[in-house]
Write a protein that binds this ligand. Structure first.
Ligand code: GAP
Length: 452
Protein backbone atom coordinates (compact mmCIF):
# COMPACT_ATOMS: atom_id res chain seq x y z
CA UNK A 1 0.00 0.00 0.00
CA UNK A 2 1.44 3.38 -1.01
CA UNK A 3 2.01 5.78 1.88
CA UNK A 4 -1.19 7.53 2.92
CA UNK A 5 -3.43 5.44 0.64
CA UNK A 6 -6.17 3.24 1.97
CA UNK A 7 -8.05 1.81 -0.98
CA UNK A 8 -10.07 -0.55 1.24
CA UNK A 9 -11.33 2.44 3.25
CA UNK A 10 -12.39 4.19 0.05
CA UNK A 11 -14.33 1.11 -1.05
CA UNK A 12 -16.01 0.87 2.35
CA UNK A 13 -17.04 4.53 2.23
CA UNK A 14 -18.43 4.20 -1.31
CA UNK A 15 -20.35 1.09 -0.27
CA UNK A 16 -21.74 2.70 2.91
CA UNK A 17 -22.76 5.79 0.93
CA UNK A 18 -24.84 3.66 -1.41
CA UNK A 19 -26.21 1.28 1.24
CA UNK A 20 -27.32 4.02 3.61
CA UNK A 21 -28.47 6.58 1.07
CA UNK A 22 -25.72 9.19 1.16
CA UNK A 23 -24.40 9.20 -2.41
CA UNK A 24 -25.28 7.21 -5.55
CA UNK A 25 -23.88 7.04 -9.04
CA UNK A 26 -26.03 9.30 -11.23
CA UNK A 27 -28.27 7.48 -13.77
CA UNK A 28 -27.28 4.15 -12.31
CA UNK A 29 -30.01 2.10 -14.03
CA UNK A 30 -28.57 3.26 -17.37
CA UNK A 31 -25.07 2.17 -16.41
CA UNK A 32 -24.13 5.46 -14.75
CA UNK A 33 -22.49 8.57 -16.17
CA UNK A 34 -18.87 9.15 -15.26
CA UNK A 35 -18.16 12.08 -12.96
CA UNK A 36 -21.76 12.74 -11.85
CA UNK A 37 -23.20 11.83 -8.43
CA UNK A 38 -26.62 12.01 -6.76
CA UNK A 39 -27.04 12.68 -3.05
CA UNK A 40 -29.64 10.50 -1.32
CA UNK A 41 -31.75 11.32 1.76
CA UNK A 42 -28.92 11.30 4.32
CA UNK A 43 -26.42 12.78 1.86
CA UNK A 44 -28.68 15.76 1.19
CA UNK A 45 -29.19 16.34 4.91
CA UNK A 46 -25.44 16.28 5.49
CA UNK A 47 -24.74 18.46 2.46
CA UNK A 48 -27.39 20.98 3.43
CA UNK A 49 -26.12 21.14 7.02
CA UNK A 50 -22.56 21.86 5.84
CA UNK A 51 -23.80 24.42 3.34
CA UNK A 52 -25.86 26.19 5.99
CA UNK A 53 -22.97 26.10 8.46
CA UNK A 54 -20.64 27.68 5.90
CA UNK A 55 -23.25 30.30 4.95
CA UNK A 56 -23.88 31.14 8.60
CA UNK A 57 -20.16 31.39 9.45
CA UNK A 58 -19.09 33.25 6.31
CA UNK A 59 -22.04 35.60 5.72
CA UNK A 60 -24.73 35.76 8.36
CA UNK A 61 -22.41 36.15 11.36
CA UNK A 62 -20.34 38.84 9.61
CA UNK A 63 -21.22 42.44 8.82
CA UNK A 64 -18.75 42.72 5.98
CA UNK A 65 -19.66 39.78 3.73
CA UNK A 66 -22.75 39.76 1.47
CA UNK A 67 -24.45 36.84 -0.28
CA UNK A 68 -25.09 36.32 -3.99
CA UNK A 69 -26.92 33.73 -6.08
CA UNK A 70 -25.91 34.24 -9.70
CA UNK A 71 -26.82 32.33 -12.84
CA UNK A 72 -24.86 29.30 -14.02
CA UNK A 73 -24.71 30.65 -17.56
CA UNK A 74 -23.40 34.15 -18.06
CA UNK A 75 -22.12 36.23 -20.96
CA UNK A 76 -19.38 34.28 -22.82
CA UNK A 77 -17.08 37.32 -22.55
CA UNK A 78 -16.89 36.64 -18.79
CA UNK A 79 -14.94 33.47 -19.59
CA UNK A 80 -12.69 35.27 -22.03
CA UNK A 81 -11.88 37.85 -19.37
CA UNK A 82 -11.23 35.15 -16.77
CA UNK A 83 -8.90 33.32 -19.13
CA UNK A 84 -10.94 30.11 -19.01
CA UNK A 85 -11.63 29.98 -22.74
CA UNK A 86 -7.97 30.33 -23.67
CA UNK A 87 -6.16 28.71 -20.79
CA UNK A 88 -8.44 26.45 -18.78
CA UNK A 89 -7.18 23.21 -20.17
CA UNK A 90 -5.32 20.07 -19.17
CA UNK A 91 -2.57 18.48 -21.22
CA UNK A 92 -3.61 14.87 -21.89
CA UNK A 93 -2.06 11.90 -23.57
CA UNK A 94 -3.59 8.59 -24.64
CA UNK A 95 -2.11 5.13 -24.38
CA UNK A 96 -2.35 3.53 -27.84
CA UNK A 97 -2.26 0.05 -26.31
CA UNK A 98 -4.81 0.09 -23.45
CA UNK A 99 -6.63 3.26 -24.66
CA UNK A 100 -6.47 4.86 -21.19
CA UNK A 101 -6.29 8.66 -21.14
CA UNK A 102 -4.07 10.43 -18.61
CA UNK A 103 -3.49 13.96 -17.37
CA UNK A 104 0.18 14.63 -18.03
CA UNK A 105 0.65 16.56 -14.76
CA UNK A 106 -0.57 13.51 -12.82
CA UNK A 107 1.77 10.97 -14.45
CA UNK A 108 4.78 10.06 -12.36
CA UNK A 109 6.75 9.04 -15.48
CA UNK A 110 5.48 10.97 -18.52
CA UNK A 111 6.87 8.35 -20.92
CA UNK A 112 4.99 5.39 -19.45
CA UNK A 113 1.25 4.57 -19.22
CA UNK A 114 0.33 4.34 -15.50
CA UNK A 115 -2.38 1.83 -16.43
CA UNK A 116 -0.51 -0.82 -18.46
CA UNK A 117 3.14 0.29 -18.44
CA UNK A 118 3.30 0.76 -22.22
CA UNK A 119 5.45 3.55 -23.67
CA UNK A 120 3.28 3.69 -26.79
CA UNK A 121 1.74 7.07 -25.89
CA UNK A 122 0.37 9.92 -28.02
CA UNK A 123 1.90 13.41 -27.81
CA UNK A 124 0.23 15.52 -25.06
CA UNK A 125 -2.79 17.50 -26.34
CA UNK A 126 -4.68 20.33 -24.64
CA UNK A 127 -8.34 19.73 -23.65
CA UNK A 128 -10.48 22.69 -22.61
CA UNK A 129 -12.47 21.96 -19.47
CA UNK A 130 -15.38 24.39 -20.05
CA UNK A 131 -18.77 22.75 -20.67
CA UNK A 132 -20.40 24.26 -23.72
CA UNK A 133 -24.06 24.78 -24.57
CA UNK A 134 -26.15 27.01 -26.86
CA UNK A 135 -28.54 29.76 -25.86
CA UNK A 136 -31.58 30.27 -28.11
CA UNK A 137 -32.90 28.18 -30.98
CA UNK A 138 -29.81 28.29 -33.21
CA UNK A 139 -26.96 25.94 -32.42
CA UNK A 140 -24.02 27.82 -33.92
CA UNK A 141 -20.91 29.56 -32.56
CA UNK A 142 -22.72 32.92 -32.28
CA UNK A 143 -25.08 31.32 -29.74
CA UNK A 144 -22.49 29.34 -27.82
CA UNK A 145 -22.37 29.78 -24.03
CA UNK A 146 -20.66 27.99 -21.18
CA UNK A 147 -21.68 26.50 -17.85
CA UNK A 148 -19.63 28.28 -15.20
CA UNK A 149 -16.40 26.53 -14.28
CA UNK A 150 -16.20 28.39 -10.96
CA UNK A 151 -18.70 30.40 -8.97
CA UNK A 152 -16.41 33.38 -8.36
CA UNK A 153 -16.51 35.06 -11.78
CA UNK A 154 -20.11 36.34 -11.45
CA UNK A 155 -19.07 37.75 -8.06
CA UNK A 156 -16.46 39.97 -9.75
CA UNK A 157 -18.95 40.94 -12.44
CA UNK A 158 -21.62 41.89 -9.86
CA UNK A 159 -19.20 43.67 -7.50
CA UNK A 160 -20.53 47.19 -8.06
CA UNK A 161 -24.20 46.11 -8.08
CA UNK A 162 -23.75 44.52 -4.67
CA UNK A 163 -21.67 47.43 -3.34
CA UNK A 164 -24.24 50.05 -4.34
CA UNK A 165 -27.21 48.00 -3.10
CA UNK A 166 -25.67 47.29 0.29
CA UNK A 167 -23.67 50.55 0.74
CA UNK A 168 -20.63 48.48 1.69
CA UNK A 169 -17.24 50.16 1.67
CA UNK A 170 -13.88 48.47 1.13
CA UNK A 171 -12.92 46.10 2.61
CA UNK A 172 -15.86 43.75 2.20
CA UNK A 173 -16.63 40.35 0.73
CA UNK A 174 -19.21 38.68 -1.51
CA UNK A 175 -19.90 34.96 -1.27
CA UNK A 176 -21.96 32.37 -3.05
CA UNK A 177 -22.69 28.68 -3.06
CA UNK A 178 -23.54 26.99 -6.32
CA UNK A 179 -22.88 24.47 -9.01
CA UNK A 180 -19.76 24.51 -11.14
CA UNK A 181 -19.07 22.33 -14.17
CA UNK A 182 -15.78 21.07 -15.56
CA UNK A 183 -15.29 18.60 -18.34
CA UNK A 184 -12.69 16.75 -16.28
CA UNK A 185 -10.86 14.27 -18.47
CA UNK A 186 -10.32 11.83 -15.64
CA UNK A 187 -13.10 12.04 -13.05
CA UNK A 188 -11.93 9.86 -10.20
CA UNK A 189 -11.67 9.12 -6.51
CA UNK A 190 -15.43 9.02 -5.99
CA UNK A 191 -16.75 12.61 -5.73
CA UNK A 192 -13.27 14.16 -5.33
CA UNK A 193 -12.96 15.00 -9.01
CA UNK A 194 -16.45 15.29 -10.50
CA UNK A 195 -17.74 16.97 -13.63
CA UNK A 196 -20.61 18.68 -11.81
CA UNK A 197 -19.93 19.84 -8.26
CA UNK A 198 -20.81 22.56 -5.77
CA UNK A 199 -18.42 25.32 -4.75
CA UNK A 200 -18.61 27.64 -1.75
CA UNK A 201 -16.56 30.72 -2.62
CA UNK A 202 -15.96 34.05 -0.92
CA UNK A 203 -14.17 36.95 -2.62
CA UNK A 204 -12.95 39.63 -0.23
CA UNK A 205 -12.30 42.99 -1.91
CA UNK A 206 -9.73 45.30 -0.35
CA UNK A 207 -7.16 48.00 -0.96
CA UNK A 208 -3.96 46.43 -2.34
CA UNK A 209 -1.94 47.87 0.56
CA UNK A 210 -3.94 45.67 2.95
CA UNK A 211 -3.94 42.53 0.80
CA UNK A 212 -1.44 40.47 2.78
CA UNK A 213 -3.09 41.36 6.08
CA UNK A 214 -6.43 40.08 4.84
CA UNK A 215 -4.86 37.01 3.25
CA UNK A 216 -3.42 36.02 6.64
CA UNK A 217 -6.74 36.81 8.32
CA UNK A 218 -8.79 34.57 6.01
CA UNK A 219 -6.26 31.78 6.10
CA UNK A 220 -6.52 31.67 9.92
CA UNK A 221 -10.33 32.00 9.87
CA UNK A 222 -10.70 29.06 7.53
CA UNK A 223 -8.31 26.84 9.48
CA UNK A 224 -10.15 27.71 12.69
CA UNK A 225 -13.45 26.77 11.02
CA UNK A 226 -12.12 23.33 10.08
CA UNK A 227 -10.69 22.76 13.54
CA UNK A 228 -13.61 24.05 15.61
CA UNK A 229 -16.66 23.36 13.47
CA UNK A 230 -15.71 20.23 11.51
CA UNK A 231 -13.34 18.74 14.08
CA UNK A 232 -10.34 18.30 11.74
CA UNK A 233 -7.18 17.67 13.73
CA UNK A 234 -3.52 18.20 12.82
CA UNK A 235 -3.03 14.59 11.70
CA UNK A 236 -5.93 14.93 9.23
CA UNK A 237 -5.41 18.45 7.87
CA UNK A 238 -2.33 20.34 6.68
CA UNK A 239 -1.48 23.55 4.86
CA UNK A 240 0.32 23.48 1.54
CA UNK A 241 2.10 26.75 0.72
CA UNK A 242 2.35 27.38 -3.02
CA UNK A 243 5.86 28.22 -4.12
CA UNK A 244 5.00 28.56 -7.80
CA UNK A 245 2.24 31.17 -8.03
CA UNK A 246 -0.03 32.12 -10.94
CA UNK A 247 1.53 35.18 -12.59
CA UNK A 248 -1.09 37.52 -11.07
CA UNK A 249 -1.20 35.94 -7.58
CA UNK A 250 0.57 37.40 -4.56
CA UNK A 251 0.22 34.48 -2.14
CA UNK A 252 -1.62 31.16 -2.04
CA UNK A 253 -2.18 28.21 0.25
CA UNK A 254 -4.24 25.06 -0.04
CA UNK A 255 -5.91 23.37 2.88
CA UNK A 256 -5.26 19.68 2.30
CA UNK A 257 -6.85 16.73 4.06
CA UNK A 258 -6.05 13.05 4.28
CA UNK A 259 -8.49 11.44 1.85
CA UNK A 260 -8.40 7.62 1.65
CA UNK A 261 -6.38 7.90 -1.60
CA UNK A 262 -3.82 10.27 -0.04
CA UNK A 263 -3.50 13.99 0.76
CA UNK A 264 -5.70 16.14 -1.47
CA UNK A 265 -6.82 19.75 -1.83
CA UNK A 266 -9.98 20.72 -0.01
CA UNK A 267 -9.83 24.51 -0.15
CA UNK A 268 -7.67 27.24 -1.64
CA UNK A 269 -7.05 30.62 0.02
CA UNK A 270 -5.53 32.87 -2.62
CA UNK A 271 -4.43 36.50 -2.84
CA UNK A 272 -5.36 37.22 -6.46
CA UNK A 273 -4.19 40.83 -6.56
CA UNK A 274 -6.26 43.12 -8.85
CA UNK A 275 -6.15 40.65 -11.75
CA UNK A 276 -9.87 39.77 -11.74
CA UNK A 277 -11.26 43.29 -11.57
CA UNK A 278 -8.69 44.62 -14.06
CA UNK A 279 -9.51 41.90 -16.57
CA UNK A 280 -13.27 42.49 -16.32
CA UNK A 281 -12.66 46.21 -16.70
CA UNK A 282 -10.63 45.54 -19.84
CA UNK A 283 -13.11 43.10 -21.41
CA UNK A 284 -16.33 44.95 -20.44
CA UNK A 285 -15.04 48.44 -21.20
CA UNK A 286 -16.60 49.65 -17.91
CA UNK A 287 -14.75 51.58 -15.24
CA UNK A 288 -14.65 49.09 -12.34
CA UNK A 289 -12.57 51.24 -9.97
CA UNK A 290 -13.78 51.89 -6.44
CA UNK A 291 -13.90 55.51 -5.32
CA UNK A 292 -12.57 55.88 -1.79
CA UNK A 293 -14.28 59.06 -0.63
CA UNK A 294 -12.24 59.24 2.58
CA UNK A 295 -8.90 59.48 0.79
CA UNK A 296 -10.15 60.72 -2.59
CA UNK A 297 -8.31 57.84 -4.30
CA UNK A 298 -9.59 55.63 -7.13
CA UNK A 299 -8.77 52.05 -6.26
CA UNK A 300 -8.83 48.88 -8.33
CA UNK A 301 -9.94 46.38 -5.65
CA UNK A 302 -7.61 43.50 -4.81
CA UNK A 303 -9.18 40.13 -4.04
CA UNK A 304 -8.56 37.52 -1.37
CA UNK A 305 -10.42 34.34 -2.26
CA UNK A 306 -11.49 31.40 -0.10
CA UNK A 307 -12.72 28.60 -2.37
CA UNK A 308 -13.89 25.21 -1.19
CA UNK A 309 -15.76 22.33 -2.81
CA UNK A 310 -18.87 21.21 -0.94
CA UNK A 311 -18.61 17.66 -2.32
CA UNK A 312 -14.99 17.44 -1.22
CA UNK A 313 -16.00 18.68 2.24
CA UNK A 314 -18.57 15.87 2.45
CA UNK A 315 -15.98 13.32 1.33
CA UNK A 316 -13.47 14.69 3.86
CA UNK A 317 -16.07 14.49 6.66
CA UNK A 318 -16.90 10.89 5.74
CA UNK A 319 -13.23 9.89 5.53
CA UNK A 320 -12.50 11.49 8.90
CA UNK A 321 -15.62 10.00 10.50
CA UNK A 322 -15.51 6.39 9.26
CA UNK A 323 -14.52 3.88 11.90
CA UNK A 324 -14.94 0.22 12.74
CA UNK A 325 -14.78 -0.74 16.39
CA UNK A 326 -15.65 -3.70 18.52
CA UNK A 327 -19.09 -3.39 20.02
CA UNK A 328 -19.09 -6.68 21.91
CA UNK A 329 -16.67 -9.38 23.04
CA UNK A 330 -17.70 -12.86 24.20
CA UNK A 331 -16.56 -14.61 27.41
CA UNK A 332 -13.41 -15.84 25.64
CA UNK A 333 -12.55 -12.25 24.83
CA UNK A 334 -13.20 -12.69 21.09
CA UNK A 335 -14.67 -9.90 19.03
CA UNK A 336 -18.21 -10.91 18.19
CA UNK A 337 -19.53 -7.79 16.59
CA UNK A 338 -17.62 -5.19 14.60
CA UNK A 339 -19.56 -1.99 14.51
CA UNK A 340 -19.32 0.47 11.61
CA UNK A 341 -19.70 4.00 12.91
CA UNK A 342 -19.46 7.50 11.48
CA UNK A 343 -18.10 9.87 14.13
CA UNK A 344 -19.57 12.91 12.34
CA UNK A 345 -19.61 16.22 14.24
CA UNK A 346 -23.10 16.43 15.81
CA UNK A 347 -23.56 19.92 14.35
CA UNK A 348 -23.65 18.55 10.77
CA UNK A 349 -24.76 14.92 11.31
CA UNK A 350 -27.67 14.08 8.95
CA UNK A 351 -29.71 12.88 11.92
CA UNK A 352 -28.81 14.46 15.26
CA UNK A 353 -31.19 12.47 17.41
CA UNK A 354 -33.13 9.25 16.73
CA UNK A 355 -36.19 8.36 18.76
CA UNK A 356 -36.54 4.60 19.24
CA UNK A 357 -39.61 3.25 21.05
CA UNK A 358 -38.90 -0.13 22.69
CA UNK A 359 -42.31 -1.58 21.80
CA UNK A 360 -44.97 -0.91 19.18
CA UNK A 361 -47.36 -0.20 22.07
CA UNK A 362 -45.27 2.86 22.91
CA UNK A 363 -45.25 4.30 19.37
CA UNK A 364 -47.95 6.85 19.98
CA UNK A 365 -46.38 8.39 23.11
CA UNK A 366 -42.89 8.23 21.62
CA UNK A 367 -44.02 9.90 18.41
CA UNK A 368 -45.21 12.93 20.33
CA UNK A 369 -41.73 13.35 21.80
CA UNK A 370 -40.20 12.83 18.33
CA UNK A 371 -42.35 15.64 16.92
CA UNK A 372 -41.20 17.94 19.75
CA UNK A 373 -37.52 17.11 19.13
CA UNK A 374 -37.87 17.42 15.37
CA UNK A 375 -38.71 21.10 15.75
CA UNK A 376 -35.23 21.79 17.14
CA UNK A 377 -32.98 19.04 15.79
CA UNK A 378 -32.67 16.88 12.69
CA UNK A 379 -34.57 13.93 14.15
CA UNK A 380 -35.74 10.52 12.99
CA UNK A 381 -38.35 8.11 14.32
CA UNK A 382 -37.14 4.53 13.94
CA UNK A 383 -39.38 1.59 14.82
CA UNK A 384 -38.13 -1.21 12.56
CA UNK A 385 -36.00 -4.12 13.82
CA UNK A 386 -34.54 -5.01 17.19
CA UNK A 387 -33.11 -2.21 19.31
CA UNK A 388 -29.58 -3.54 18.63
CA UNK A 389 -30.13 -3.38 14.85
CA UNK A 390 -31.54 0.12 15.15
CA UNK A 391 -28.47 1.27 17.10
CA UNK A 392 -26.18 -0.20 14.40
CA UNK A 393 -28.12 1.53 11.65
CA UNK A 394 -27.97 4.87 13.45
CA UNK A 395 -24.22 4.37 14.12
CA UNK A 396 -23.66 3.82 10.40
CA UNK A 397 -25.38 7.06 9.43
CA UNK A 398 -23.54 8.94 12.19
CA UNK A 399 -26.42 9.75 14.56
CA UNK A 400 -24.75 11.08 17.74
CA UNK A 401 -27.70 10.42 20.09
CA UNK A 402 -30.34 7.68 20.24
CA UNK A 403 -33.23 8.16 22.64
CA UNK A 404 -35.09 5.01 23.72
CA UNK A 405 -38.61 5.35 25.02
CA UNK A 406 -39.58 2.37 27.23
CA UNK A 407 -42.51 1.34 29.44
CA UNK A 408 -40.95 3.12 32.45
CA UNK A 409 -40.99 6.34 30.43
CA UNK A 410 -44.78 6.41 30.80
CA UNK A 411 -44.38 6.61 34.60
CA UNK A 412 -41.10 8.38 35.28
CA UNK A 413 -41.31 10.78 32.30
CA UNK A 414 -37.67 9.96 31.47
CA UNK A 415 -35.88 8.33 28.53
CA UNK A 416 -32.52 6.63 27.96
CA UNK A 417 -30.00 8.57 25.86
CA UNK A 418 -27.24 6.54 24.18
CA UNK A 419 -24.05 8.27 23.07
CA UNK A 420 -22.81 7.05 19.66
CA UNK A 421 -19.11 7.46 20.46
CA UNK A 422 -18.92 6.04 23.99
CA UNK A 423 -22.02 3.79 23.73
CA UNK A 424 -22.76 4.89 27.32
CA UNK A 425 -26.41 5.19 28.29
CA UNK A 426 -27.90 7.76 30.59
CA UNK A 427 -31.42 8.23 32.00
CA UNK A 428 -32.66 11.78 31.37
CA UNK A 429 -35.91 13.49 32.30
CA UNK A 430 -37.91 14.45 29.20
CA UNK A 431 -38.12 18.04 30.39
CA UNK A 432 -34.30 18.26 30.48
CA UNK A 433 -33.78 16.50 27.15
CA UNK A 434 -33.76 19.49 24.84
CA UNK A 435 -31.30 21.49 26.94
CA UNK A 436 -29.01 18.48 27.23
CA UNK A 437 -29.02 17.84 23.47
CA UNK A 438 -28.51 21.55 22.75
CA UNK A 439 -25.39 21.51 24.87
CA UNK A 440 -24.01 18.23 23.51
CA UNK A 441 -24.69 19.12 19.88
CA UNK A 442 -23.03 22.47 20.59
CA UNK A 443 -25.93 24.52 19.38
CA UNK A 444 -25.56 28.00 20.76
CA UNK A 445 -28.20 30.60 20.00
CA UNK A 446 -25.87 32.09 17.40
CA UNK A 447 -25.75 28.83 15.49
CA UNK A 448 -29.33 27.74 16.11
CA UNK A 449 -30.33 28.23 12.48
CA UNK A 450 -27.46 26.19 11.07
CA UNK A 451 -28.52 22.99 12.76
CA UNK A 452 -31.85 22.75 10.94
N1 GAP B 1 -12.14 30.12 -8.00
C1 GAP B 1 -11.01 29.31 -7.75
C2 GAP B 1 -11.21 27.90 -8.05
O1 GAP B 1 -12.21 27.49 -8.60
P1 GAP B 1 -10.08 25.56 -7.84
O2 GAP B 1 -8.87 25.14 -7.05
O3 GAP B 1 -10.11 25.19 -9.28
O4 GAP B 1 -10.18 27.13 -7.63
C3 GAP B 1 -11.68 25.35 -5.80
O5 GAP B 1 -11.37 25.00 -7.13
C4 GAP B 1 -12.22 24.15 -5.05
O6 GAP B 1 -13.31 23.55 -5.77
C5 GAP B 1 -11.19 23.02 -4.88
O7 GAP B 1 -10.36 23.23 -3.77
C6 GAP B 1 -12.10 21.82 -4.70
O8 GAP B 1 -12.53 21.71 -3.35
C7 GAP B 1 -13.29 22.15 -5.58
N2 GAP B 1 -13.16 21.48 -6.90
C8 GAP B 1 -12.44 21.89 -7.96
N3 GAP B 1 -12.55 21.03 -8.98
C9 GAP B 1 -13.38 20.04 -8.56
C10 GAP B 1 -13.89 18.84 -9.16
N4 GAP B 1 -13.62 18.52 -10.41
N5 GAP B 1 -14.70 18.05 -8.41
C11 GAP B 1 -15.02 18.38 -7.13
N6 GAP B 1 -14.57 19.50 -6.52
C12 GAP B 1 -13.75 20.32 -7.22
Amino acid sequence: MAEGKDIALMEKIVSLCKRRGFIFQSSEIYGGINGFWDYGPYGTRLKRAVEQLWWREMIELRDNVEGLDSTIICHPRVWQASGHLDQFSDAMCDCRDCKARHRVDQMEDTGVCPNCGSSNLTEPREFNLMMKTFVGPVFDEDHAAYLRAETCQPIFVDFHNVRVATRQKLPFGIAQIGKAFRNEINPRNFTFRSREFTQMEMEFFCDGAEGMKWFEYWKEERLKYYREKLGFTADFMRVYEHEKLAHYAKAAIDVEVKFPFGWGELEGVHHRGDWDMSRHQEFSGQDLHYMDHDSGRKIMPHVIETSVGLDRTILALLANAYDEDVAETNKQGQNTDVRVVLHLPPLVAPIQVALLPLSKKLNENAKQLYHDLNRYFRAEFDVTGSIGKRYRRQDEIGTPFCVTFDFDSLNDNAVTVRDRDTMQQERVGITQLRAMLDEKINISDASRKECR
